[in-house]
Design a protein around this ligand. Structure first.
Ligand code: FRU
Length: 586
């Protein structure tokens, strides 16, 4: 046994080199680490509950990178890589301040981070989240993710940038991470696209293809606009001439500033055919603002929308303005994310239907009307792809909620996105509502269908635990009585779906769904207005840690953390159902 342990630690040491690090404690709050050798990475030990330390990387005496890292005090939860590849062969010194919240009078020399910090030629990205790593929803390989950013399509590639912390699986150090897909379901990870600079960290934003080189960065350059989050929030641009693989920041940044607006962010750029100009819609406190430009660099304020309209129970964030056909004409839909203030607490996406003349947005509804795009608790920061083929409006949401996003039970990564969804406008009675459906590309994931006819007896969907599948449920409801069905596992953990013809609602109850203890706000029942009665068709997209429900006139996205996958379907009440099960195996 001793020999095996010795061999294991010897093999570990082969890959990771602690001897390349010389640690010197200069004071109770200040440590320097001299890095030698040729390894590309310094692996920083993280303890999520430890207060964050400021790590500055100095190369030849100049600061080239800095990050806040929760350096481990008592134990290491995981390591994060500090990638020094860009400065290989140069002198590297880590200048670390540990005073941030650690108490000024403590000696840091006993903290485990100094003993467990190593250098290594590679960083192991193998999945360690066996239970809750989704099969077909996008997650970063490691680290923290929130909002989708810079969604843009070019030359067969769907680009997904995202709010990213590469130095821990909690929010902070905002970068843009990057991935691309040719089919909207399989993603190639491309690492960091845009890193913080002296103007601030890189908050949410968007990207466009500058087909006519209006900015002078090159024909077909991808131009990204993001919020520089420094002492104030301003808008900056960066461009790429190699299909988003590398970005250069515009030297004239920032390009849009405001006075006395602490919340001034999340620019969404789009091309407006009516005025043949670029437009930006961004969130500014309790309203959105529109700007125009001919060259993506010089912007003119046009108008604001929102005061008194819809929900204002939180901060307005991540707007998007899209044009959708409706009954032979076009309408404009303003997507607007709000946090808190969602219908079930915390984060949610509202929308406004109206018109846009290139300068101002007019809402068709009365100011008192609030419309929600999705009636779950885990649908936020929703924005659409720019330049999508065939004029499609394809949206993506971050599948979490600021109430508990930092405490969901995963560690190697947090969190995931929804499936991509195609948007359209439909009529519901006298109203025009926004409909989201899984993009057709998602159907390519379907395995061989299995059909069930259900009445009272529960059906075992899988003998072996299998967590990724789609159910198409065709319900025949009893007259005037509410009916329910549930997905459960052998531990009795379950998610209950109820269709109520009296209140005309569909609801999802995840109170007994498995691990719900990490946050009181997670324990919830979400309810959507829905046409319920007679026959009803639902699509349920189930993955290891989420359920997305789609009906004719609603959708509902909720996270779940069962101890083992839900493999049984049971009906309650006098319900009958034809169910098609599509296993999803990627
Ligand atoms: C929304 C948001 C944005 C901001 C980003 C920061 O979730 O708060 O408004 O740009 O996250 O990560």
């Amino acid at each position: 046994m001793k020999h095996i342990l010795f061999l294991a630690s010897f093999l570990l040491a082969l890959g990771a080199h602690a001897q390349n690090l010389a640690v010197r404690h200069l004071s109770d709050t200040h440590t320097m680490v001299r890095v030698s050798g040729n390894d590309r990475y310094v692996l920083l030990p993280v303890q999520e509950t430890a207060p964050s330390a400021r790590v500055r990387v100095l190369s030849d005496g100049v600061e080239v990178l800095s990050a806040n890292v929760s350096l481990a005090v008592e134990k290491t939860d995981y390591q994060v890589p500090l990638d020094l590849g860009a400065w290989s062969g140069r002198d590297i010194l880590l200048d670390i301040r540990t005073n941030r919240g650690r108490g000024v009078q403590r000696n840091p020399s006993g903290d485990v981070c100094w003993k467990e910090m190593t250098t290594a030629p590679v960083f192991d990205r193998t999945n360690r989240e066996k239970a809750y790593r989704p099969f077909y929803h996008f997650t970063p390989e490691y680290g923290w993710m929130n909002d989708p950013n810079g969604l843009v399509y070019q030359d067969g590639e769907w680009h997904l940038f995202y709010q990213y912390n590469p130095y821990g699986s909690l929010w902070g150090n905002m970068h843009w991470g990057h991935a691309v897909s040719r089919d909207l379901v399989n993603w190639e990870h491309l690492g960091i696209a845009i890193a913080p600079d002296a103007l601030g960290s890189i908050f949410s934003g968007s990207a466009v293809v500058d087909k006519e080189n209006t900015a002078g960065f090159g024909r077909d350059a991808i131009v990204a606009m993001y919020t520089s989050a420094g002492d104030n929030q301003t808008q900056s641009i960066a461009y790429s001439n190699d299909g988003g693989r590398t970005f250069a920041k515009y030297p004239g940044n920032p390009v849009i500033v405001a006075e006395n607006k602490p919340d001034f962010r999340d620019p969404k750029v789009f091309w407006d055919d009516q005025t043949r100009q670029w437009k930006v819609v961004l969130a500014a406190g309790q309203e959105v603002q529109f700007y125009s430009s001919d060259n993506l660099k010089d912007w003119k304020y046009e108008s604001s929308f929102g005061q008194g309209y819809g929900s204002h129970d939180g901060v307005w964030e991540c707007p998007d303005l899209i044009r959708l056909p409706f009954e032979g004409k076009d309408k404009w839909v303003l997507l607007l994310n709000i946090n808190p203030g969602g219908p079930f607490g915390g984060s949610a996406t509202q929308y406004f239907v109206g018109s846009f003349d290139g300068k101002t947005f007019q809402c068709d509804d009365l100011p008192t009307v609030t419309r929600w795009m999705d009636y779950g608790k885990d649908h936020y920061a929703t924005v659409t792809w720019s330049n999508a083929p065939q004029g499609r409006s394809v949206a993506l949401a971050w599948m979490s909620n600021w109430q508990y996003a930092n405490s969901v039970p995963t560690q190697q990564f947090r969190s995931s996105n929804s499936v991509p969804r195609d948007l359209s406008l439909i009529r519901k009675g006298k109203e025009v509502i926004l409909k989201s459906m899984p993009s057709p590309e998602v159907e390519a994931l379907r395995g061989r269908p299995v059909r069930y006819k259900l009445s009272t007896a529960p059906v075992k969907l899988f003998e072996n635990p299998h967590c990724a599948y789609e159910l198409v449920v065709r319900l025949t409801l009893p007259k005037k009585k509410s009916a329910a069905f549930a997905l459960s596992n052998e531990l009795g953990e379950q998610v209950v779906f109820t269709c109520d013809p009296e209140t005309q609602t569909f609801s999802m109850d995840r109170r007994g769904s498995g691990n719900v203890q990490f946050s009181e706000a997670f324990v919830s029942v979400t309810t959507a207005p829905a046409q319920v009665g007679g026959k009803m068709e639902l699509r349920l997209l189930v993955d290891s840690a989420s359920i997305e429900a789609f009906g004719e006139d609603f959708c509902m996205t909720n996270l779940v953390f069962p101890s083992s996958p839900y493999n049984t379907l049971k009906l309650y009440g006098n319900l009958k159902a034809d169910v098609t099960l599509y296993p999803i195996a990627k």
